[in-house]
Design a protein around this ligand. Structure first.
Ligand SMILES: CC(=O)[C@@H](O)[C@H](O)COP(=O)(O)O
Ligand SMILES: NCC(=O)COP(=O)(O)O
Length: 241
């Protein structure tokens, strides 16, 4: 089986929240994404609820047919919510209220004891735990030390590279981190900022078994429809050249 596509439906909810109405519904988008071949639905329940609401999580838990991946901060409040709704996967991500979007990866190295407790708590609840980290070997090793099941490599710097040299450097970091994570027996995902132009190189990395992509798919879906936007992304992942 090839790489799983996790479709992040946060920004369908961004459009809904712009007018505080009931549409477009990320639950509908998730169903369309799965019909188009997505292997996972990803949502980020932020502390400031700028887009995804707990209502979305509750209903998606009932309707998602593939895997439900809840991105969340590593706080006790969020652990309680995860226990209540039992997503298949929790991805722990850093959060700063004033950030436009996720900026860096989780600082695992600097908070190993606290993270190890949170991860154990979630795993005791039969929830798979992934850590959203920068493609940094120290962070990969620290993720293994705190018993994470998976890591998700932050591809933001690769996606935002200002020139080819910078892009190649960031790409090499991702390759090295993916290999290190796989060698340590962790599942390796990647995400943030991936789009129809930059995804193929990442999709060619054998050690990466999952890509989580949201903003670019939702942006294209506004123009061509959700199912087509997902199918076009899957086509690029399955034929990365
Ligand atoms: C962790 C990550 O890179 C994204 O999945 C995250 O959801 C970005 O935050 P927004 O969706 O709020 O942009
Ligand atoms: N973890 C990355 C994700 O879920 C989607 O990020 P983006 O494609 O919206 O930047």
């Amino acid at each position: 089986m090839g790489q799983r596509l996790g479709v992040n439906v946060d920004h369908v909810a961004t459009l809904r929240q712009a007018r505080r109405v009931s549409y477009p519904d990320p639950v509908t988008a998730a169903a369309l994404a799965e019909l188009a071949g997505a292997g996972q639905i990803t949502i980020h329940l932020r502390e400031d609820r700028r887009h995804i609401q707990e209502r979305d999580l509750r209903i998606l838990r009932e309707t998602v047919q593939t895997l439900l991946n809840l991105e969340m901060a590593a706080t006790q409040d969020m652990v309680k919510i995860a226990y209540e709704h039992k997503p298949d996967v929790v991805t722990l991500v850093p959060e700063r209220r004033e950030e436009l979007t996720t900026e860096g990866g989780l600082e695992v190295n600097g908070q190993k004891d606290a993270l190890a407790k949170t991860i154990k708590n979630l795993k005791d609840g039969e929830i798979t735990v992934s850590l959203f980290i920068d493609p940094d070997l120290d962070q990969v090793r620290a993720s293994h030390k705190v018993n994470a099941d998976r890591i998700e490599l932050h591809t933001g710097r690769y996606c935002e590279a200002r020139n080819e040299r910078e892009r190649e450097r960031e790409f090499s970091r991702i390759v090295d981190a993916a290999k290190a994570g796989a060698r340590l027996g962790m599942g390796v995902a990647a995400g943030h900022g991936l789009n129809y132009d930059n995804v193929r190189a990442i999709a060619r990395i054998q050690e990466i078994d999952e890509l989580n992509i949201g903003h670019a798919i939702v942006a294209r879906a506004v123009l061509v429809g959700f199912e087509r936007a997902v199918r076009e992304m899957l086509e690029l992942m399955r034929n990365p050249g």
